[in-house]
Design a protein around this ligand. Structure first.
Ligand SMILES: [Fe+2]
Ligand SMILES: [Fe+2]
Length: 400
């Protein structure tokens, strides 16, 4: 009976034109050495013994496959549903030894089945101006409203070096279809731009439901992020230095004190021109009268002391930007304070309701989809927020 079932599934797959060993959920993640390495994660939904990656410098001819270096990977079997019925064969790789400031072509596959060739670029050593994209929560609208946002963001900043997503990638991380839809909807950007991602409270939903406070097994199979944070928080709390900018991502869901201790050490040795922090939960929330005083107590003095320019958050499903703040007070000059932004990319939307918005917000908006660009030069950081139609509705220039 089982054999017959397998034959039926195989016939269906063939009828649909789907290759059994087709690599899915491809994502590029930035590494802590972005000038010489990039991380690539993908999975198969059929059993595969060996996954493969080919990589070579990009070129206009059609012989990339003859020159490419091939890496062989052993897939890790993981389950991303609560019932542990759906096995995934996940390949996580760090492609190292790359040349700086160079365009590479890569593809992933197994046997004779390959993805298309995709192209990305490595970072340059030392300070070099660049632009990055920042998105608030995707979470709803993976295949309906989000693709138009990715498309507009790419048209607005086609050469963005990095994409940062502020957590709550999917609504229910134990629902396999949501990961499928999220990755499918974001394919055009995940395969081309190295991502850094914060984990949101929805990343932890499985754990909360099971009364556990540890990271659920749905996170690490989907991303391959730096492991330079506190022990046990690998791939959720980390930093990267990208062309003279330190980007620090915090995990707002657990062990905040350990992260504050780690952050202090990371900041002391920071020689970068600019520092930006990404975290899911808002320090000055704009929805549902939320308030997380322990976040402010632990981190705000460090952000003030060590010259963080911007804190990029999500979680409240609306848009707010605070005045520059120092010690909880508004300061005039953005270079003398820390600006806190909350944004949302996806279709899940909340109304703004918060004492913090009344006190501190210089700009607020709700009910729309937004994306942001941050452009760094030696003496300025230009921050812009766009609505999904490409209109810039908010802008801040921080001068050094
Ligand atoms: Fe959230
Ligand atoms: Fe959310």
């Amino acid at each position: 009976m089982k054999k017959r079932h397998n034959i039926l599934v195989l016939s269906l797959i063939m009828a649909l034109g789907i290759k059994a060993a087709e690599p899915q959920r491809l994502i590029l993640n930035a590494t802590e050495s972005p000038e010489s390495a990039v991380a690539l994660t993908f999975r198969f939904c059929e059993k595969v013994d060996t996954g493969k990656v080919q990589i070579t410098e990009n070129a206009p001819d059609v012989k990339l496959h003859t020159r490419a270096e091939t890496l062989f990977l052993t897939p890790e079997i993981v389950y991303t549903d609560t019932a542990e019925t759906l096995a995934h064969y996940v390949c996580s790789s760090r492609l190292r030894g790359l040349k700086e400031d160079t365009e590479y072509a890569y593809r992933a596959g197994s046997g004779a089945d390959w993805s298309p060739w995709y192209v990305f670029k490595t970072a340059k050593r030392g300070f070099e101006p660049f632009t990055m994209i920042y998105l608030g929560d995707p979470q709803w609208g993976y295949m309906t409203y989000l693709p138009r946002l990715y498309d507009k963001a790419v048209r607005t900043a086609p050469d963005a070096a990095l994409w940062y997503v502020a957590g709550d990638l999917v609504d229910y991380p134990y629902e396999n279809w949501q990961w499928d839809a999220y990755f499918k909807g974001a394919e055009q950007v995940m395969t081309r731009f190295p991502h850094i991602m914060a984990v949101g409270n929805h990343g932890y939903l499985w754990a909360y439901r099971n009364k556990r406070d540890t990271l659920p097994p749905t996170w690490r199979p989907h991303v391959t992020q730096p492991e330079n944070g506190p022990e046990g928080l690998e791939e959720t709390c980390y930093y990267i230095d990208y062309q003279g900018v330190r980007l620090i991502v915090l995990n707002g869901n657990e062990r905040l004190k350990d992260q504050a201790d780690w952050l202090k050490q990371v900041m002391k040795k920071n020689k970068n021109r600019w520092t930006v922090v990404g975290v899911h939960q808002g320090f000055y929330p704009c929805g549902w009268e939320r308030d997380y005083p322990e976040y402010r107590e632990l981190f705000v003095p460090l952000f003030d002391k060590y010259g963080v320019s911007l804190v990029l958050q999500g979680h409240d499903h609306a848009y707010t930007r605070t005045w520059p703040l120092r010690g909880g007070k508004i300061v005039e000059d953005p270079s003398k304070g820390v600006t806190y932004v909350i944004s949302v990319a996806g279709a899940k939307q909340y109304p703004i309701k918060s004492k913090f918005t009344d006190l501190y917000a210089v700009q607020k908006a709700e009910g729309l989809q937004y994306f942001q660009t941050l452009s760094f030069t030696q003496d300025s950081l230009v921050y812009k927020s766009y609505t999904v139609d490409g209109e810039c509705h908010d802008k801040l220039v921080i001068k050094k």
